[in-house]
Design a protein around this ligand. Structure first.
Ligand SMILES: C[S@@+](CC[C@H](N)C(=O)[O-])C[C@H]1O[C@@H](n2cnc3c(N)ncnc32)[C@H](O)[C@@H]1O
Length: 302
């Protein structure tokens, strides 16, 4: 192949058209509907802060429905949060699928929990609420985003709970250098290609190519392997991304199962919505109105 032909082939394999071709090949007839749903829905809900004064919350969100996502209000434009009389924020607006993910990590009272990629903190809030007398380490590598995370924690959690949440700034891929066998439960909400954000903020990057997912998958794998070293035997890891690329989802889990064979097993998520994948569960907006979100629950066995 001449240099010019190589350049032409590279150009054809990247950019918005390549994005469309790549996912059309992956999702087949479903792709137009999935793409339209990713552009059209953000699946956001307003999640009431259980520590805020109920009157302040209901003044903004109205009486809250008692559904599977109890404590969340959806439909129509979501109001921005306000402060209650004690200064706590009334609610947090986030994707319904994120709420499911943070609730799917098995946590018992008094657990030691690690949120490896925590900013801006929507899921950390849910973990903190669920931990009873336990403790949470909320980690975020980016200093700017760590600042946002700290702000979220102090805006939403009462001081006595905030005291049991420690914020750290480590590189998640290197966690086993700091701690091993230390946690009962770990959430790894990994940085990913987040295709829904790309399509909602056109134009798609001119240099988009499938190589993006392959590179991210290597980083995600390094984080998941580090999480496996950090969790205690018998403890749980919830791996999640908001990517629609199988490489970043089942592919990462499959590599762990292969390379750490005998040390880890898959547990099925008991969600009433979404679709089972080889190792986890996917919530896709064309069928669920939520996500995209992929989650896989793993348990360290030895
Ligand atoms: C999907 S977002 C997390 C969202 C968060 N769990 C929430 O619910 O608000 C992924 C986060 O991982 C952070 N991150 C990226 N690389 C990291 C690394 N090597 N170690 C720790 N955090 C990292 C990013 O800055 C980003 O804030």
């Amino acid at each position: 192949m001449s240099k010019r032909e190589k350049q032409a082939a590279k150009a054809a394999a990247q950019g918005p058209d390549a994005f469309d071709r790549w996912f059309a090949a992956r999702y087949g007839d479903r792709w137009p509907a999935l793409l339209a749903a990713m552009k059209g829905t953000d699946g956001q809900v307003a999640r009431a802060n259980p520590f805020a004064q109920p009157s302040a919350v209901e003044a903004l969100l109205g009486p809250l429905p008692r559904t599977a996502l109890a404590g969340c209000s959806s439909g129509g434009p979501l109001p921005p949060p306000a402060r209650d009389g004690a200064g706590l924020c009334t609610h947090y607006n986030l994707d319904a699928a994120s709420v499911r993910v943070a609730r799917a990590l098995p946590i018992t009272d008094g657990a030691r929990i690690l949120d490896l990629c925590a900013a801006p903190g929507g899921k950390s809030l849910i973990l903190a609420e669920r931990m009873g007398s336990g403790e949470l380490v909320a980690n975020e590598l980016s200093a700017a985003r760590r600042g946002r995370l700290k702000q979220t924690l102090s805006d939403y959690l009462p001081p006595e709970l905030r005291e049991r949440v420690r914020v750290t700034g480590h590189d998640a891929t290197r966690w086993s250098l700091y701690e091993r066998d230390a946690y009962d439960a770990i959430l790894l909400d990994a940085p990913c290609s987040s295709e829904a954000h790309l399509v909602r903020q056109p134009p798609l990057p001119a240099d988009w190519s499938p190589a993006r997912s392959r590179q991210l998958a290597m980083r995600q794998y390094a984080m998941l392997a580090a999480a496996l070293d950090a969790v205690r035997a018998g403890g749980f890891i919830l791996y999640a991304t908001c990517s629609i690329s199988a490489e970043e989802n089942d592919g990462v889990v499959a590599r762990l199962l292969e390379r750490r064979s005998g040390r880890v097993e898959i547990c099925r998520l008991e969600w009433q919505t979404g679709e089972a994948t080889e190792h986890g569960q996917a919530l896709l907006p064309d069928t669920t109105g939520e996500g995209p979100m992929f989650a896989a629950l793993l348990r360290r066995v030895s």
